[in-house]
Design a protein. Structure first.
Length: 541
């Protein structure tokens, strides 16, 4: 018989919700997590892929003697260390080079980065450097040489965002948490004015159910106000969303292992080119956004990025070079008096609605663990339970509990090609041997696409252990193929559907529906950069 009563029901299966689920489960709470789409389908898989303290916020903190921004940067730098320690297979340090084109900028920016290092303390990832123009160009030839006076380099972290969500959820599930994706909350259950449960609907099977709880935690990112207003429609909004668009380009656009970053363009935005899974990830925009479950880049945003990448970097990007693009909604906490979303600091807040829903909102990926700790601390207070200390400060997530070299040696000695071995480790860590065993016992070791290192066994593993229920759950958020190369994802879809049918019990009608939906989404996603002047709806495969 299905269990329908929980200590904590968490709505939202992204960075914050998965962090809350792990923290609460580690403290012994009985947890149910609900996500209306796939886990990490929204903002949490559409990030810049950086773990950082916030260099530009530090500049503002010093200029305006703003203690809150200063503390936010310091917290981010220390959370960065914990992130890298707890998920070493998914996160790693990266050196970022900032080219400078005015002599006065060299000492000014370098001094700021030295302060950034000092704030890191023992959590420092490496020392900042002041580089002459020739050295900067040697390290990264993509830096625009026109008028270049020199550069500074500093260290931050990079990671695989959607994989981190899965690792957090698997870690929570180990401890007894229950996790349901493609399951939306359609209403809150209230008794005597207090929220005591939720009505849900499975978006695939159409099943409707009720679950009871002591406390509902709203961790829905940009959709936080939607859940708050389920409790009280009169509540004022706490969220402001902005749109961040990124492009994925072939590796030739950034053959260096270092990233290039412009912390403040002429119009006040951050611009970067980063190495990511054998490709170049470039971005980003920062424009007021519209709430959407599936935000997509507009042609204006694509054109903006191409123009600015070619203006600040020596890249020569054309539309036909783009392999993929994606748009994410940043969940920003409203700040009165701010004239643009770019000026809003990525702080986080908690809020209690009249019916007792606890909302944790704002923040960024770097602060997910601290946000979860804050939320669960407040959950104990609201439930009237004796507090239990947080245990996530030093808790390795699933996939990170065996040494890197040990796992890579095992994979290589099995006869796997080098690119497949590296792909398996960087996505699954010490769970990779399970995928290797599946490949051998069930004869599913072939590549899904000839140009990429994804193999069939990953899909079986993802269905059994990673909550995959739709083709794009796997293609985009588990193996990263759809994130990196949309055309390759389209070409791989028939093989993926064929493998999924049997273990998920699809009949021919369900398989056809899944195929149509996946093709439509992939075609729409490629429309903005493949066909200038044509809206996504007019693109056909």
């Amino acid at each position: 018989m299905e269990d329908t009563t929980y200590d904590l029901i968490i709505i939202g299966g992204g960075a914050t919700g998965s962090g809350v689920a792990l923290d609460a489960a580690l403290r012994g709470l009985k947890v149910l997590l609900l996500e209306q789409n796939d886990f990490a389908e929204g903002t949490s898989s559409r990030s810049t892929k950086l773990i950082h303290g916030g260099v530009r916020y530090l500049e503002s903190a010093v200029k305006h003697l703003d203690r809150e921004q200063y503390d936010l940067v310091r917290e981010g730098l220390h959370e960065r260390r914990k992130f890298l320690h707890n998920a070493p297979h998914l996160a790693h340090p990266i050196e970022l080079i900032t080219p400078l084109y005015h002599w006065v900028e060299l000492p000014y920016v370098y001094a700021g980065l030295v302060l950034y290092d000092l704030l890191s303390g023992k959590a420092s990832l490496g020392r900042s450097r002041l580089l002459p123009a020739s050295k900067a160009r040697t390290i990264n030839p993509d830096i625009d040489p026109r008028g270049l006076k020199g550069a500074v380099s500093y260290w931050d972290g990079a990671f695989r965002d959607s994989r981190m969500v899965i690792a957090l959820l698997q870690s929570a599930e180990e401890l007894g948490a229950r996790l349901l994706n493609h399951t939306e909350v359609t209403a809150l259950i209230k008794e005597n004015g207090k929220v005591v449960g939720v009505h849900t609907r499975d978006r695939i099977d159409e099943d409707e159910k009720e679950y009871r709880t002591e406390l509902v935690v709203n961790a829905t990112g940009p959709f936080a106000d939607t859940i708050r207003r389920m409790d009280d429609p009169s509540l004022s909004p706490v969220m402001e969303v902005s749109s961040g668009v990124h492009l994925v380009l072939p590796e030739r656009f950034l053959p260096s292992p270092d990233g290039v970053l412009i912390p403040k363009t002429r119009d006040g935005r951050v611009l970067f080119a980063l190495p990511y899974l054998g490709h170049c990830l470039a971005g980003t925009t920062d424009r007021p956004g519209q709430l959407s479950e599936d935000p997509r880049p507009t042609e204006v945003e694509i054109d903006y990025l191409i123009e600015h990448l070619n203006g600040y970097f020596d890249l020569k990007v054309r539309r036909e070079d783009i392999l993929s693009s994606f748009s994410g909604l940043r969940p920003l906490v409203r700040e009165p008096g701010k004239d643009s979303t770019a000026s809003i600091v990525r702080e986080y807040v908690t809020d209690r609605s009249p019916g007792g829903v606890l909302t944790i909102a704002g923040g960024k990926w770097t602060s997910y663990r601290a946000m979860a700790e804050t939320a669960v601390d407040q959950a104990y207070e609201m439930m009237g339970h004796s507090p239990v200390p947080c245990r996530t400060h030093d808790y390795p997530v699933v996939g990170s509990r065996s040494p890197r070299d040990e796992i890579l040696t095992l994979l290589r000695e099995s006869g796997l090609e080098e690119d497949i071995a590296r792909h398996l480790y960087t996505h699954y860590g010490d769970q990779s041997p399970q995928i290797l065993a599946l490949a051998e016992t069930e004869k599913v070791g072939a590549r899904i696409h000839p140009d990429h290192p994804v193999i069939e066994a990953e899909l079986l593993y993802a269905i059994r252990h990673e909550y995959v229920r739709k083709p794009l759950d796997f293609l985009i958020r588990r193996c990263s193929l759809g994130l990196l190369d949309i055309q390759a994802a389209k070409e791989s879809l028939p093989a993926v559907l064929e493998i999924m049918k049997h273990p998920l019990g699809w009949d021919s009608q369900r398989a056809a529906t899944m195929e149509e939906e996946a093709f439509e989404k992939l075609a729409a996603a490629s429309g903005s950069f493949r066909s200038p002047g044509v809206t996504p709806a007019e693109n056909t495969l």
